[in-house]
Ligand binder design. Structure first.
Ligand code: KG4
Ligand code: ZN
Length: 344
């Protein structure tokens, strides 16, 4: 049995998990600095890094308590070394190096994107490559084939905003606060998804994504309708209904672009399993549509529970198990790689 501690600090979550043999999650804990970024409507890298420093030791103690294990029982220390915010990554990597050195255990520098997909394999252990991988988060939107040996064949990625970023920016336009994904998800259930015909960007023959046109269309709609009505303010109830309609219509368009490409990737390549990871995979409408449309096409759609979709330490510990088995431990001078691509 191999017990790995996984540390994740690539963005605004300080997360640590303990996992046995890459599959059995003993415990994972997360502290978010979201409330400190809220006034700015997006993650402020300096603040994220400073909060990681302040809370990482407490998060470690809480994760060990939840896993009911001591540091002595840890066989290896894994940490996200990229991609992510440079300052934020540095905190986790420095902390992991200190632990690995003090405990005299191997250090493993994990790719955050590979780990997001690995979360699907932890969730359904009979799933293994090859499959279509879809990473949809605040920083990334990409589609790929994960071949055996975890060799990655990229199919497409976003040419502008990440899909989670589009959710966050639209929420900001609608004064819904930060992070926007969960709020839009909740509010959409009160609105009509066909209320506003927002554009979908679909390209024949390419799997690349683009969300800037959709975001601009929402901006124009809000300016021309919701903002105009501020001069003669409607009753609070009708404004709430109008905002819910915009949220639901935006969500439907964004989800549509993602679902269409994922299903087309299966059709084009012949692979019959899709594994989805990243914060936006927590979206209820996306989960519902992928499940229904995947089912209709007899595809297997694997989406972990929301706690394993968002950034977490368990997926880092899980992913590191395979690296350790392959003998790919990292040197103690492991660098951070803010632009590390999927598969590297
Ligand atoms: O994977 P993640 O926790 O961090 C990154 O690696 O970026 O993803 C965070 C992103 C944010 O943009 C957030 O708004 C979005 O995931 N998100 C959601 C939902 N929950 C989180 N987007 C849509 N619906 C949700 N339920
Ligand atoms: Zn992430």
């Amino acid at each position: 049995m191999t017990r790995i501690l996984g540390i994740e600090t690539s963005c605004d979550e300080t997360a640590i998990g303990v996992v046995d043999d890459g599959r059995r999650i003993l415990g994972h804990v997360l502290a978010s600095s979201q409330e400190f970024h809220r006034p700015y409507g997006g993650v402020i890298p300096e603040i994220a890094a400073r909060v990681h420093v302040e809370v990482i030791w407490q998060v470690l103690e809480a994760a060990l308590a939840k896993a009911n294990c001591s540091l002595d029982e840890i066989d290896a220390v894994a940490v996200t070394s990229g991609p992510g915010l440079p300052g934020a990554l540095l905190i986790g990597v420095a902390f992991a190096k200190g632990l690995a050195m003090a405990l005299d255990r191997p250090l493993l520098g994990v790719n955050h994107l590979t780990a997001h997909l690995y979360a699907g394999e932890m969730h359904q252990p009979d799933v293994s490559p090859p499959y279509i991988g879809l990473v949809i988060s605040g920083g990334h939107t990409l589609l790929c084939v994960v071949h055996p040996g975890r060799h990655i064949e990229p199919l497409g990625e976003t040419k502008d905003d990440a899909v989670g970023e589009a959710f966050d920016k639209v929420a900001k336009l609608l004064d819904l606060g930060y992070p926007g994904g969960p709020v839009i998800d909740r509010l959409s259930s009160e609105g009509r998804a066909d209320a506003v015909p927002f554009p979908r960007h679909h390209t024949k023959g390419s799997f690349d994504f683009s969300f800037s046109g959709l975001k601009t269309a929402v901006y124009h709609h809000v300016r021309d309708t919701l903002a105009a009505s501020r001069e003669s303010p409607p009753a609070a109830a009708s404004r709430h209904a109008a905002v819910a309609d915009v949220a639901a219509s935006f969500q439907e368009a964004a989800v549509d672009m993602v679902v269409v490409r994922a299903l087309r990737a299966c059709h084009r390549t012949g692979f019959r399993t899709i594994v989805v990871g990243g914060g936006v995979a927590a979206n209820r409408r996306l989960r519902q549509r992928l499940a229904e449309e995947g089912d209709a096409k007899r595809l297997r759609v694997v989406i972990p529970p929301p706690a394993l979709c968002v950034d977490n330490g368990a997926m880092i510990a899980g992913c590191a198990f395979e690296m350790l088995r392959r003998g790919s431990a990292s040197p103690l001078d492991l660098p951070v790689e803010p632009n590390r691509p999927l598969g590297a």
